[in-house]
Design a protein around this ligand. Structure first.
Ligand code: FES
Length: 125
């Protein structure tokens, strides 16, 4: 059995409303991970890629956060509607989506770095 090509760790941490650090799953519904799992199934990748539920990844101010290993790609502000292009362009195409990528200098700063998730003009695929 081949090793997995990617593990997508999807933060599903939930905190009470108004928490200063925020959280990645406001309603605790796990919709983001569920969408990754469904997309992996649709693309026949379920045996090669895992979408793992994760607790807090300590990048809360930049959430919702996912990290893809072993490539070490951190994405912030990830919405359900981003999942399809992450699967097609990052997992299948090897492209890092710059509008979602958390720059290395913003990691582990607890929000002190000014980077915040942006929205791409092109989110059509
Ligand atoms: S709550 Fe998601 S990274 Fe901390």
């Amino acid at each position: 059995m081949p090793a997995f090509t990617h593990h997508i760790f999807v933060c599903g941490n939930r905190r009470e409303p108004g928490h200063p650090r925020g959280c990645c799953d406001d309603d605790g519904g796990g919709r983001l991970r569920a969408e990754f799992k469904a997309a992996l199934e649709r693309h026949g990748l379920a045996g090669e890629v895992r979408a793992n539920a994760a607790g807090c990844l300590d990048q809360c101010e930049l959430g919702p956060v996912v990290v893809i290993y072993p490539q070490g790609i951190w994405y912030g502000g990830v919405q359900v509607e981003d999942v399809q292009r992450i699967v097609t362009r990052t997992l299948l195409g090897g492209e890092v989506l710059e509008d979602l990528r958390i720059p290395a200098e913003a990691l582990n700063t607890k929000g002190a770095h000014p980077w915040r998730p942006g929205r791409a003009e092109d989110q059509t695929d």
